[in-house]
Design a protein around this ligand. Sequence first.
Ligand SMILES: Cc1cc2nc3c(=O)[nH]c(=O)nc-3n(C[C@H](O)[C@H](O)[C@H](O)COP(=O)(O)O)c2cc1C
Length: 346
Amino acid sequence: MDGLKHAVSSIEEKSDRTQPQAGWFGMDGIAEERMEKTMKTRITEMLGIEYPIIQGGMAWVAEHNLAAAVSAAGGLGLIGGANAPGEVVRDEIRKARALTDRPIGVNVMLLSPHAEDVAKVVVEEGIKVVTTGAGNPEKYMEMWKNAGIRVIPVVASVALARRMEKYGADAVVAEGTESGGHIGEETTMTLVPQVVDAVSIPVIAAGGIGDGRGIAAAFMLGAEAVQMGTRFVVAKESIVHENYKQRIIKAKDIDSVVTGRSHGHPVRGLRNQMTREYTKLEQEGKSFEELEYLTLGALRKAVQEGDVMNGTVMAGQIAGLISKEQTCKEMIGEMMEQAKKLLNRE
Ligand SMILES: Cc1cc2nc3c(=O)[nH]c(=O)nc-3n(C[C@H](O)[C@H](O)[C@H](O)COP(=O)(O)O)c2cc1C
């Protein structure tokens, strides 16, 4: 009997975590109630954005035109630091700022040889939101916190989310395996509610979200915003080659494939000559170095030159749902309207 009571109370305790926590940022009950009825969340408040939509910091794709267009449309645009030197990122930040005065963020790829420089540039340029990928941002936490930067690591497991909260992260992006690019193994559907239960900082859902239904579903799982990559690749403002956009637009549900699992570096992209060759070599047991050689510069080749046969066309499983090129304003407006209707919110 006691066991059953414990189970019930732990379910209640857990399900309480999916509700807004009391006293968020010192808000009173009325303010909290208002947030529950609107699409305003701790994330929109914290980042000073109108809609709970973040454009992922995508290597080669997330440059100033796209980031500024998403921010101007009321979401949060991120500049993807990837492996770029600090000065290139500084230039991108300044160019984005010339296009919009809304907040812009930067994704810092911690494994980049230039990570240290980029970490300093975001402080010098007065950036207020940083997302981090591929590593532990602890080393930069004090510097960023002192500069008033909100730090949001991307995580693919509950354990990492907990660790990031302990290091002082302001929120986490829980990214499911449906995503385009480098991925973890858990699905968005299973990962997001488990991370929501495990941490008290707000959670942003990523992976497989392509329309208002996806946003509504993420909110039902307890997320307070979404991060989207694949859909924004085909935005009108995105500088990605037309061949790349058309490959996503024409993709079917089963067109994405994961390469690199055998070496512990799985990447999701759309099936082509390159992925077939990679998979063949992977099955033959080729070394990580040999496989890396094949993909060297391959994303740039697809993004800039439009070689979608021999380049890497990073995109997520949701590519099959994406059917047209639109401006960021059109995309965000359409998605928010659909999500609000489904969630019965203003
Ligand atoms: C072309 C492409 C490049 C990406 N590059 C990065 C990157 O450099 N750093 C990063 O943290 N995430 C990267 N991502 C992941 C996105 O930021 C985002 O989390 C992901 O795309 C969300 O899933 P979705 O594609 O299903 O919307 C990339 C995704 C794509 C499609």
